[in-house]
Design a protein around this ligand. Sequence first.
Ligand SMILES: O=CC(=O)O
Length: 329
Amino acid sequence: MKVLLLGEIEHAHESWSSLQTLAELASPRARHRAEFVKECKSGQLDGALVIYRTFDSVDITGRFDEELVNVLPESIKFVCHNGAGYDQIDVHACTRRGIKVSNTPHAVNNSTADVNMFLILGALRRFNPSISALRQGNWRGHPPPPLGHDPEGKVLGILGMGGIGRNLKKKAEAFSMKIIYHNRKKLSSELAAGAEYVSFDELLATSDVISLNLPLNNDTRHKISTREFEKMKKGVVIVNTARGAVMDESALVKALDSGHVASVGLDVYENEPQIDPGLLANPHVLLVPHMGTYTVETQAAMEEMSISNVRCVLERGHLRNVVPEHCEL
Ligand SMILES: O=CC(=O)O
């Protein structure tokens, strides 16, 4: 039996090596997609049962889209993705090929919600223009920026109340924010823990701060665009630690330029690592380069979780956790 590693193990070296007693651990030679496709077709990777892949391995293979999924060796039955968001993988193409996919929910919740809170505070307090001015020797800037706002008493609308959304809720409550949320399904009262469920339109219309915490898929791409910005309060603050493409970036630039959106805090972008010049040029945009899970503890926990999925496949023939689309299969 073979396990195919796409990307690098950075932290959980012992756990990874311990798989050696169960299977051959192989890495492809390919350095880009065309080479990887060729290598798959050559039969050199045949016999591999499970793939462990990292977010950055997309630089080698490209997206796990239908084309790629269809050239994977016949023997591949499982893909263990090291990341919570799995929009790099066409899970429906995997379903058609009989391949099941795991991801790393839970492990990412704390660190991503921390960045989320950092962006909420930074954008509400409008720190960004002064941080830039200070480095240019201009103290707070000339003229100084508008006063910021306190989180206390503000309505935080969480769009997508999964693990990160619920973790954020707790953190935001410590800052005395009032939490409302919208989700595909209303949560049980135990999970909602006092957060008020509202319709999508009500969340847009009544939030002082909107946090995007929903996964990227065909239903959520550009979920927030011109029509949605128009429904928001003037002066709204928006933060996004989910995926850039859940928000239409060029519509966002316009909504910021018109002043309808007062400020934003972003960790994710539509075309990473490219950033829309309109966002770069606007001082009311606080930017972090996709660092939601960028901590030693979280990266290590994510690797351990992905490796434990590989181990479960090798020992028991199934994944420990599957993405929601594969739960019913
Ligand atoms: O972006 C990070 C993740 O999806 O885990």
